[in-house]
Design a protein around this ligand. Structure first.
Ligand code: SF4
Ligand code: SF4
Length: 404
């Protein structure tokens, strides 16, 4: 696609990156077929091709309006379009650049700014979020049904975390919302890995991976969270005490694997960020398949592969293989490439589209009559849990129970 970027961005690193991406797009529209927002809204401007056009126009200096921003806001950043695109267009990177420019030129309404500021303050701070999660759980019985579906369920107890006893050690990210919503996930990962001869540890002071604030369009504050997390991990990495950084939430995994890109223009952090990204693995990548004892029949599971796993990290089939080895019957899921509508804070900012996508996803997941739904990301887990007819668990919790 021919582009003539405006002077304000032409000779910047962002401008050069955006231009290279834009030139790759041939406007074929193959990506629209796999775009969830286009499937719900049916407007080309809510498809990847339409948004690429809007970003191109904004970077060329055309007037930017609240409508431009709305179409970009409706993007779930699921990156299904990247998986589909035959030309290798890195849409996610282009969107980050486009959103920053559009936000600068089209100021948001005071209410929108306030809501985003509240989310950007509360979600990445573990204690603040934990307070609100506890309050929501307490108020649940007296709230209307619609609001109830948005609130987290009472978290199951974490259970025992084995003391580090193996020479092989890996570092887990506790994250910001996961310890309140499902402390059992990392503990289950620690127990399963312990049985495989790997001790899982968490670093003191490690907080949010930066995804929350970055995707709320506080990109620089998101980078601050990334730097803070690198600082918390760095002593363990420098001393060579850990062989990998393990992600139990695919949303965080996708972001941390991208630190090398996000901090590439920071001379103080770029090398550290590249090392951290290189060491980061999804849990399903580090848990050896052959270490899982082959199990007897344990019931039917529908696996919801989060977008951040299948599109963001391009990991497919690893979780399903581990569940099947442990004895679970993994059911086929229609339209498995489509987003469930969670997408970080999207479910709160775009509740209509998000709710529609959740309904479609749950219908597909429950079609084959599974006993439970498994996922690999805390955001998807709590989003689906709100309306599912069967329990929704993290896959490592199922594996922990199956191999105990
Ligand atoms: S992003 Fe890829 S699939 Fe979509 S219109 Fe451009 S070239 Fe075609
Ligand atoms: S990231 Fe997802 S929602 Fe956004 S344009 Fe691509 S396919 Fe559509």
């Amino acid at each position: 696609m021919q582009t003539q970027l405006a002077e304000f961005i032409r000779d910047t690193p962002e401008g050069r990156e955006a231009e290279a991406i834009l030139r790759k797009c041939v406007h074929c529209g193959f990506c629209t077929a796999t775009c969830p927002s286009y499937q719900v809204l049916g407007d080309d401007l809510d498809s990847p091709r339409g948004r690429i056009y809007l970003i191109k126009r904004a970077l060329e200096g055309a007037p930017v309006t609240r409508k431009t921003q709305l179409h970009l806001d409706r993007c779930l950043t699921c990156r299904a379009c990247e998986t589909t695109c035959p030309s290798g267009v890195r849409y996610g990177r282009l969107l980050d650049i486009g959103r920053a420019v559009v936000d600068e030129r089209a100021p948001r309404s005071p209410m929108d700014r306030f809501f985003r500021a509240v989310l950007g303050f509360a979600l990445p701070r573990r204690r603040v979020f934990s307070f609100f999660a506890a309050l929501g759980t307490w108020l649940r019985p007296v709230l209307p049904r619609g609001l109830k579906a948005k609130l987290p369920r009472l978290a199951a107890p974490a259970g025992e975390w084995p003391a580090p006893r193996h020479a092989r050690k890996m570092l887990a990210l506790a994250g910001c919302v996961q310890p309140s919503l499902a402390p059992s996930i990392n503990a289950a990962a620690a127990r399963v890995l312990d049985r495989c001869g790997i001790s899982l540890i968490e670093a003191r002071g490690a907080g949010c991976c930066g995804a929350v604030r970055f995707h709320l369009d506080y990109q620089e504050k998101g980078r601050d969270d990334m730097r803070a997390l690198i600082d918390a991990w760095w002593p363990l990495i420098e001393r060579g005490e850990i062989e990998a950084i393990v992600m139990t939430a695919s949303g965080c995994g996708s972001t941390v694997k991208d630190y090398a890109h996000h901090l590439a223009r920071d001379p103080e952090y770029r090398d550290k960020a590249a090392r951290v990204s290189g060491m980061t693995k999804d849990l399903s990548e580090v848990l050896p398949l052959e270490a899982i004892a082959e199990g007897a029949a344990r019931g039917r599971v529908a696996f919801q592969s989060p977008c951040t796993l299948q599109h963001g990290q391009q990991i497919r089939g690893t979780v399903e293989a581990r569940l099947a080895r442990a004895g679970f019957e993994v059911t086929a899921v229609r339209d498995a490439h489509l987003c469930c509508g969670s997408a970080g804070t999207y479910s709160l900012l775009q509740p209509g589209i998000s709710g529609d996508l959740r309904g479609r996803k749950l219908a597909a997941l429950q079609e084959a009559g599974p006993d439970c739904i498994a996922t690999a990301n805390i955001g998807c887990l709590s989003h689906l849990q709100g309306s599912a007819n069967v329990p929704v668990r993290h896959w490592i919790e199922l594996l922990d129970e199956a191999t105990a």
